[in-house]
Design a protein around this ligand. Sequence first.
Ligand SMILES: O=C(CO)COP(=O)(O)O
Length: 250
Amino acid sequence: MRKPYIAGNWKMNMTPSEGAAFAKNLAKAVEGTNTKVMVAPPFVTIPAVVEALKGSDIIVAAQNMSDNLKGAFTGEVSALMLKDLGVTNVILGHSERRALYGESDVFINRKVLLALSEGMDVDLCIGETLEEREAGKLEEVLSRQVSEGLKGVSAEQMQHITLAYEPVWAIGTGKTATPEDADAAHAFIRSLVEKLYNKGVAEELIIQYGGSVKASNVKALMSKEHIDGALVGGASLSVEQFLPIVNFDK
Ligand SMILES: O=C(CO)COP(=O)(O)O
């Protein structure tokens, strides 16, 4: 049985004081939920959010991390620093990192392996651009991103991996994949994982959908067999919008 997993990726929004106030309200609002909830603040906002969420089950993730643990890497933040703050999870391979900062599958894979070896859980993002979808390359792109992103990850380590399918054309555009299209992509991703690992690993894997998820479409998405959660951007920035997504089953 896969436990629903709703995550909020704040991207470059929320100062430390805004994040702390928001987190306190969110913690109160989601108390008692059966859904796993995660928030991913910007690096500098993490300490205030960790503090505000003491005593809550909400997980705090980073939106990215370095592919090195320490040293001369100006501007980077390492897993050691994140763990010291109480961060247990990290989002890797977000399409904005891929498209705007040139992160490749090989580079992302290095970070995935490092995070796992540091005992962190990873939310690995994959998804095709509109051009790739229109050129009939959906399966080719997903196959590459999954097999390269997970290269060297053992079946046992797969318990610490969540995949987030985020079609690039649906992110921040208001265009959501239809529940049927998203479910078909998720089913394909699960079949890839079964081929790379085994049926047990594939059946237990949580696959989130991301791309313009909101209160009005979350129920239909979550009703699909292979959609186990959501990675939410814009609608995770206010409790009024995020709470009904977390409470999709109420
Ligand atoms: O990129 C996303 C989450 O990581 C999705 O963003 P939006 O929900 O704003 O489309």
